[in-house]
Design a protein around this ligand. Structure first.
Ligand SMILES: *Cc1c(COP(=O)(O)O)cnc(C)c1O
Length: 381
């Protein structure tokens, strides 16, 4: 029935949602089903196990809990659910997504320390340790693995070791690395990590998941309840008792995730990471050929997001360049660094090196069409 359907292929270079395969898109078209049916429940059970398997978690120790929402829901869930009474959160913050975690603390009125570091540098581990040592009330440490706003890769294994040394739970926002950069949840000292279906998994928007330690979730049943829809224990407990999501799941999205998981395991963890790396390197090569400069030192980059400085050219106009590329099937994305004007090119999604080669042909034409000089100009050097 679905044969002959042709869907235009767009290359998304934004930091998610990602380009998907047609098989994942079409997996959403299924006979209508009530998600309380056993058939649907067993699909979710398998999915929860597969999501743990991607980060090599021991299924006896780790579980995954699904939520209907975009990736931010996971940060909300972890922070509001995993903080004991009268305790404090430490956010190791060097970018936009850890700042989002700080805002969540503010909205819930959670005691927290916003430990800020420059957005183009790694957090200073000595300062992290001193902060933990000085404040025994810190019960939860949170940070972001790949700060998607800049593309910097944070040293989570080291931060996790410090959190554990001082008796705190470690939650990591892995939304922009999960199912791309290989992660071993235990080796990385992660108690909880998280992602949404539309990034590394290359599925549709609407499903997000937290992966973490069962014993801590069970203990958190005793913690203050600060949200109803976004309580981790409540959702976990309902899954364990009934095999269902507490409230209506995003049914068709879940079918697309099932297909995406099958494609993930068929491609293979190492092969998929090698493909993202090829795409990332092709992005750098194309940028260098046009004279563009990036913001984050290459050795600090997570290998998935490149933040590019706007050229100092009076004709440079991001919107115009964006629109030119967009009309030809390529999406580029504004930056997220408040102090520098940047745009981003990301290596997520079902794309490969040849797509990037095609993109740079289009970008070159976009520069020419707007009378922007090639190689692009920068004032200081
Ligand atoms: C994409 C992303 C999120 C989730 O953002 P949404 O706008 O809710 O999709 C969270 N953290 C990181 C690091 C991300 O890259």
């Amino acid at each position: 029935m679905l044969e002959g359907i042709s869907i235009k292929r767009n290359i998304l270079l934004n930091p998610g949602p990602a380009t998907t395969t047609d098989t994942v898109k079409l997996a959403q078209i299924v006979p209508d089903i009530c998600p309380r049916e056993k058939e649907f429940g067993s699909m979710m059970k398998q999915m929860r196990e597969d999501l743990v398997r991607i980060v090599h978690g021991d299924p006896k120790v780790y579980t995954s809990v699904l939520f209907c929402g975009s990736g931010t829901i996971n940060i909300d869930v972890c922070l509001n659910s995993l903080l004991p009474k009268d305790k404090k959160i430490l956010v190791v913050n060097n970018g936009a997504y850890s700042t989002r975690a700080v805002e969540i603390c503010e909205y819930y009125g959670l005691e927290h320390i916003d430990l800020k570091f420059p957005v183009d540098e790694l957090p200073d581990l000595q300062v992290v340790e001193e902060t933990l040592k000085a404040d025994p009330d810190i019960a939860l440490v949170h940070t972001t693995h790949n700060e998607t706003g800049t593309g910097i890769l944070n040293p989570i294994r080291e931060i996790g070791a410090l959190a554990h040394k001082y008796g705190a739970v470690f939650t990591v926002d892995t939304t922009s690395t999960y199912a791309m950069r290989p992660i071993d949840i235990e080796k990385e000292n992660i108690d909880f990590c998280m992602a949404s279906a539309q990034k590394g998994l290359m599925a549709m928007t609407g499903l997000s998941f937290v992966i973490g330690r069962k014993d801590i979730i069970e203990k958190s049943a005793q913690y203050p309840r600060r949200s109803y829809y976004c309580n981790l224990f409540l959702q976990y407990d309902f899954f364990e008792k009934t095999g269902e999501m507490h409230f209506t799941p995003p049914v068709q999205t879940i079918y697309s995730v099932r297909q995406a998981l099958d494609e993930y395991f068929a491609e293979g963890e190492q092969e998929k990471w090698a493909r993202h790396t090829r795409v990332f390197e092709a992005i750098h090569k194309g940028l260098e050929e046009l004279g563009f400069k990036d913001v984050i030192k290459r050795e600090l980059q997570a290998g998935l997001v490149v933040s590019v400085r706007y050229p100092d050219d009076e004709n440079w106009d991001f919107e115009k360049v964006h629109d030119y590329c967009y009309e030809r099937g390529f999406t580029i994305y504004p930056g997220k660094i408040s102090t520098t004007n940047t745009f981003r090119l990301c290596a997520l999604g079902a794309i490969d090196e040849e797509d990037i080669v095609e993109f740079f042909k289009v970008l070159r034409c976009a520069l020419q069409a707007n009378n922007i000089s090639i190689p692009v100009k920068y004032k200081e050097c």
